[in-house]
Write a protein that binds this ligand. Structure first.
Ligand code: IPE
Ligand code: IPE
Ligand code: MG
Length: 268
């Protein structure tokens, strides 16, 4: 006889330092139906700064780092397989030079400061996007943090940096043509294999903060069947509670993949 369904053994341990509210939200989740891969479009740092009367948008980006840390730790505690964060888009290079420079410096410092946190939580850092666009300092810190965490076996934290979905598809198409002289050999698996996300499961849940109902060139191929959760909360205000609410919303919604009842994903 199988065991009755109880919260997973690790949950009381994982949630030890959580608030009573957060633990109550956790208790409402079904541990057997968590998404394997959560992707987040982190938006609203600028508005957050403006709302507080700060003249510098970077204050919002700085505050957003705390949200990144809390989301990452929580997803790792819940033993999700992958958390992908949209940190900087290919189009974000159009922002004022000073904001870009501040963001890149913030990224560099983050990649160094979070090494202990990543190691403590057995998290492996990966990155997708046109990484060659990054300034040397940020790129070196990224490479070193990826190297240090390469043998970690827990959650994968994927940073999207100078990432654009169309840019990724163009780069993928070039690899595809080089690898497959015969077009008849090209199928969905072949395309998966040349994307930046090769080897990762597709996102099951896509979260966007700041309320805009758009995907902003993020993971265009990979989100084909993702459940989308948009919240008006600004990224620096997004905390464990909001993440748990997104997971609860995900579990309330049925995915059909084109079928009629409880269907399974059409591809791995
Ligand atoms: C998201 O916040 C962070 C990045 C794109 C780097 P924004 O900077 O887009 O903040 P808003 O949308 O102007 O509020
Ligand atoms: C979304 O924010 C992109 C990232 C989180 C990196 P943007 O502020 O750049 O997107 P739009 O312009 O509002 O769609
Ligand atoms: Mg924005």
């Amino acid at each position: 006889m199988s065991e009755p369904i109880t919260p997973q053994a690790w949950w009381p341990e994982a949630s030890r330092d959580w608030s009573a509210d957060e633990r109550q939200l956790l208790a409402q989740l079904d541990p057997g139906r968590l998404p394997a891969h959560v992707a987040i479009i982190m938006d609203g740092n600028g508005r957050w700064a403006r709302q507080r009367g700060y003249l510098d948008r970077i204050r919002g980006h700085e505050a957003g780092i705390d949200s990144v840390r809390e989301a990452t730790r929580t997803c790792a505690q819940l033993r999700l397989q992958v958390l992908t964060l949209y940190a900087f888009s290919k189009e974000n290079w159009r922002r004022p030079k000073a904001e870009i420079a501040a963001l890149m410096e913030l990224l560099r410092r983050f990649l160094i400061a979070e090494r202990d946190e990543l190691m403590d939580n057995n998290i492996r850092l990966l990155a997708i996007g046109s990484l060659d666009d990054l300034p040397n300092g940020a790129r070196a810190a990224l490479d070193e943090t990826m190297r240090l965490t390469a043998n970690n076996t827990g959650m994968k934290l994927v940073l999207s940096l100078s990432y654009g979905g169309r840019d990724e598809l163009v780069r993928a198409a070039r690899k595809l043509v080089a690898q497959h002289p015969d077009p008849a050999q090209i199928n969905e698996a072949a395309i998966d294999a040349v994307l930046d996300t090769a080897g990762l499961p597709d996102p099951d849940l896509l979260v966007r903060t700041r309320g805009e109902m758009r995907v902003t060139n993020f993971l265009l191929w990979q989100i084909a069947y993702a459940v989308i959760f948009v919240t008006p909360v600004l990224w620096p205000d997004f905390r464990r509670r909001q993440l748990l609410e997104a997971l609860a919303d995900y579990q309330r919604r049925e995915r059909r993949y084109g079928g009629v009842g409880q269907s399974t994903a059409p591809r791995g």
